[in-house]
Structure formats: structure tokens, C-alpha cells
Design a protein around this ligand. Structure first.
Ligand code: GZL
Length: 327
């Protein structure tokens, strides 16, 4: 009898401990995988494009079940370096960042490498001799974007003897998009001397500075002395168009306009003839960044350099084929 009671008490203890542990004795322990932790340093929130890029990254991380530590550097590379150091201290699984400018990253990326934390470069590129400092770079081809702008001008003015006088609103100095869009554009138009850039200055990809530069341009040149506005992003274009309209200038007619990014508003301007050419720069890289992160953590090989596919929309395009931009 004593043995029977002992057996019963042992069975009760086992049942009680299983009930307390919350797991089912009939099935193996359910192993909950630890979520991947991604440290992301975003360069700022200077433009419509950037806001959409940040939204894409955060939404994609949530959908992928990745814990994202998202830091906005507010256009200050020192803040990006601090953020990357905090990710290293936190021992994140992967670090990703959009570098405001191309240089100054070797030291902090060397610290990430020493800590064994892989780095993904997103959107803009860095200028480094040591490619071991990053595992993958997912960027746009900014030189191609500049060349596409030049090719549109050659087509638009193919029957015009010139001169074709161009004013340029450039992006943030020493940033990959500003360098690529500047150099790519000139590599095409330099083949024909009728094209002349009469003004170029950085508007930092900001609407307010685009506005200021257009006002400055109109103090130096009469409207009929300007044939083309080439703007490195839509936000600066919006600022410039405001000034043109205030000055009685018909955007897209009195001055041909080329803009880069392809927000919905600039596409609407293209459709109503206020803008003549839009070079797409795709901000929706979030899903690709999370897939690259997952593959790196899983130990899979990833390509060193991945370019985002992008299109050109211009006055010769079939506007009905342009999908809603979503931002
Ligand atoms: C390009 C991106 C640029 C956009 C701007 O990839 O870095 O920065 O063209 C943004 O709109 O501010």
C-alpha cells in the first residue's frame, strides 16, 4: 500500500511540474528562436524619399520578425558613428547604415569587423580601400541616373542648335548620389558643346534650399537665359517650381525640368507638363535589406554589390503605364 501511495505521489509531482512548466509532456519542448537584432543608422529625414525609405525599412523589419534598432542621425555623420558604436556595444547581429557622405567610415567599420558584426551598406556608398569592412552594399546606380538625365536632354534638344543653358540643383556635397548624378550627367552632355551648365550648387536634397537656390539663380539670370533645370531630387525641384510660378515662369515649358526620385507629386507634374523627365530612385529597399540580413545570419553567401532596378519616366512615356508611387 505504501508503495502504491508513493507511486501516486510521484505521478502527481510529475503532472504538477509539467503543468507548472507550461509545456505539454506529449510534445517535444517548443524552441522559440531568438529574433535577429539589426542596428540601423539612417542618415536623416531630409526628403520625401528618405521618409519613405525609413518607412520601408521599419515595416519590412516588422514583417520579417527582425528587431530593428533604428537611429536617425539628423544629417550628422558623427551621430552615425555614435549609433554604430552603440550597436557594437549592444552586440547586435547585423549593422546596416546609409552613409551621409562617402568618407570617414573606415575606423568605426573596423571596430564592427573586430567585434565580428557584419555590415550592410544601404542606399549610398562609402569610399574605402578595404572592402572587407562590409559584407554587402545595396545601392542605386547614381552614375547611371545622371547619364539617363543627360540622354533625355540629348533627345529633347536633338533638333536644337543651342546653346542649351542648364542650371543644376545638386545633392549633399560628397554624397554618392550627388557625385554620381553630377558626373554621370556630364559624361553624356559633354559630347555636345551646345550643352552648357551655367550654374551648379548644392541644395542638400532639401525643398527649402531648392527654393533658395532658384531665387539666387533668378537674381543672376533672366528666365529667358535659362533653358533647363536639372535637379538631383524632387524635394529641391518642388522648391524651385514654387519660385518659378511666383516669377510667372511656366515650369516644363519656359524651362525644361529633369528631376530624380519619382515621388507621386513629381509624376503628377510630369503628367500635367510641368516637369519633362523623372529619373526613378527607389526608396523601397526595406524587404531586400531584411532578406540580406536574414541570409547573412543564416550563414548564406550574399552578393557584395547589389544595384536596385530603376526606371525613367519622361514626356515621351505612356503615362498610363506608370504605377501609383505610394509616396
Ligand atoms: C538616393 C538618396 C537621396 C535621394 C534624395 O539614394 O540617398 O537622398 O535622391 C534623398 O531624395 O534625400
Amino acid at each position: 500500500m505504501k508503495k502504491f501511495r508513493r507511486l501516486i505521489s510521484v505521478i502527481c509531482f510529475i503532472c504538477l511540474s509539467i503543468a507548472m512548466s507550461g509545456c505539454d509532456a506529449t510534445s517535444p519542448e517548443t524552441v522559440v528562436e531568438k529574433p535577429i537584432v539589426l542596428g540601423y543608422s539612417q542618415l536623416g529625414d531630409e526628403s520625401t524619399w528618405r521618409s519613405q525609405n525609413s518607412l520601408s525599412l521599419i515595416n519590412a523589419a516588422n514583417e520579417a520578425g527582425i528587431k530593428i534598432m533604428f537611429e536617425d542621425a539628423m544629417q550628422n555623420p558623427e551621430n552615425q558613428i555614435k549609433a554604430i558604436r552603440s550597436f557594437i556595444a549592444y552586440k547586435v547581429d547585423v549593422i546596416a547604415f546609409s552613409p551621409l557622405v562617402e568618407t570617414g567610415w573606415d575606423t568605426v567599420l573596423g571596430e564592427a569587423k573586430a567585434a565580428g558584426i557584419p555590415v550592410i551598406i544601404v542606399d549610398r556608398m562609402i569610399d574605402t580601400e578595404d572592402e572587407s569592412l562590409y559584407t554587402c552594399a545595396l545601392c542605386s546606380d547614381f552614375d547611371l541616373e545622371g547619364r539617363q538625365a543627360g540622354e533625355f536632354l540629348k533627345k529633347k534638344f536633338r533638333l536644337d542648335d543651342g546653346p542649351v543653358r542648364i542650371v543644376e540643383l545638386a545633392g549633399t556635397e560628397y554624397s554618392t548620389p550627388a557625385i554620381g548624378r553630377y558626373e554621370g550627367f556630364r559624361s553624356v552632355i559633354s559630347s555636345d558643346p551646345k550643352f552648357e551648365v551655367i550654374f551648379s550648387a548644392s541644395g542638400d536634397f532639401m525643398r527649402s534650399k531648392g527654393r533658395e537656390l532658384m531665387q539666387q539663380i533668378l537674381t543672376h539670370y533672366e528666365p529667358n537665359e535659362i533653358d533647363v533645370l536639372y535637379s538631383h531630387n524632387d524635394d529641391m525641384t518642388f522648391g524651385a517650381i514654387e519660385v518659378m510660378l511666383e516669377a510667372g515662369i511656366r515650369p516644363g515649358k519656359d524651362i525644361v525640368i529633369i528631376s530624380v526620385d519619382a515621388t507621386q507629386k513629381i509624376i503628377d507634374y510630369l503628367k500635367d507638363g510641368s516637369v519633362n523627365c523623372v529619373i526613378e530612385c527607389n526608396p523601397n529597399s526595406g524587404p531586400q535589406v531584411m532578406e540580406i540580413t536574414r541570409r547573412i545570419v543564416a550563414g548564406e553567401t550574399v552578393e557584395k554589390n547589389i544595384y536596385i532596378d530603376e526606371k525613367v519616366f519622361d514626356e515621351y512615356s505612356d503615362f498610363d503605364s506608370i504605377a501609383d508611387r505610394g509616396y
